[in-house]
Design a protein around this ligand. Structure first.
Ligand code: SAM
Length: 301
């Protein structure tokens, strides 16, 4: 039977979820807490939401933390989701990245650096693997042999352990494959048959999956450098304005001057950070760091 949840307990549990995940649920999403958290309470033999609130109040919630995060996150994703950002990546961004690698390689005074791409909130990995396929295809289609997949580093992170496990395994069922993978790409980039397909090692090796909570753990030091491209698609929608702003500020610090931020197809930054400016490539809206001009402060005496 579905458990009732008092308003007081709802607020308490909502604030706990916000603290551990950054995800903010208003009262309209009360049903989500009931539907997704109740099975966990049953599993661990906690009889009511009131009892669960008390466990949180007493600081005994650590054992639930990961399962609550897993239950409350929405992991919807697919290969080449929404298509046009990936077309833009192939047509406009990869050529710029290739130029940059060439310039880097020509500059003998500097040790060559890899192009760094970050799929923040990667879920089960399809976004990162789609990017790796496009890089491989671009190099092959353009007969580029002096630049290789090794010139690229793709970091892919998420807060949710089970989705990261799938992402790292690179294994997908028929349904996941049917959402975005053409027959040609299936033959070229996967091994397997029927209902179990695994990404080939050559693509797996391009992606470094790590656990990371966007609302707390992102910094230059944490990731060992800044990025040329950051994909933060379909994740900011789950956060409140303050959390979104804080995350965007940190993303801004992690972007190189000439880098791109890619959000979800229906997302934009209206009413949020003013540190970015939009750039349109055909159907895609991307974001760059705004050039900040520092005006001298003139003091009047
Ligand atoms: C809807 S999926 C988007 C996946 C992919 N970016 C796409 O657009 O297809 C949102 C992902 O954000 C992750 N997520 C939610 N809150 C997060 C947080 N605070 N830090 C990192 N990842 C988070 C979820 O676990 C989930 O896998």
């Amino acid at each position: 039977m579905e458990q009732k949840i008092s308003f007081e307990d709802f607020v308490f549990i909502r604030d706990y979820i916000h603290k551990i995940s950054g995800i903010y649920l208003d009262y309209e999403k009360e049903y989500l807490i009931r539907q997704r958290i109740e099975p966990i309470l049953k599993d661990v033999k906690v009889n009511s939401f009131a009892e669960f609130s008390n466990i949180i109040k007493d600081g005994r919630s650590m054992r639930f933390k990961e399962s609550i995060i897993s239950a409350i996150t929405t992991n919807e994703t697919s290969f080449f989701r929404d298509d046009h950002p990936f077309k833009t990546f192939y047509k406009y961004i990869i050529p710029k990245l290739i130029d940059k690698i060439r310039r880097n390689k020509e500059n003998k005074a500097k040790a060559p650096t890899k192009i760094r791409i970050w799929s923040a909130a990667c879920s089960t990995g399809q976004e990162a693997y789609s990017i790796s396929m496009l890089i491989d295809e671009y190099l092959y289609n353009n007969g580029i042999f002096n630049i290789t997949k090794n010139d690229f580093y793709i970091l892919a992170t998420d807060i949710d352990n089970p989705v990261l496990k799938t992402a790292m395994s690179g294994c997908y069922d028929k349904m996941a494959i049917s959402r975005g993978i053409s027959d040609d790409r299936l033959k070229k980039y996967f091994v397997g048959s029927e209902n179990k397909w695994e990404i080939k090692n050559e693509l797996k090796e391009m992606v470094d999956f790590q656990k990371c909570s966007l609302h707390e753990g992102i910094s230059n030091a944490r990731f060992g450098g800044t990025f040329d491209v950051i994909l933060a698609r379909n994740v900011l929608i789950y956060f409140d304005t303050k959390t979104k702003d804080e995350i965007l500020s940190r993303i801004h610090q992690l972007m190189l001057e000439d880098s791109f931020l890619i959000l979800g197809a229906t997302e934009n930054l209206y009413g949020l950070s003013n540190k970015f400016e939009s750039v349109t490539f055909e159907n895609s809206l991307l974001f760059k760091k705004k050039e900040i001009s520092y005006k001298p402060v003139i003091k009047k005496f």
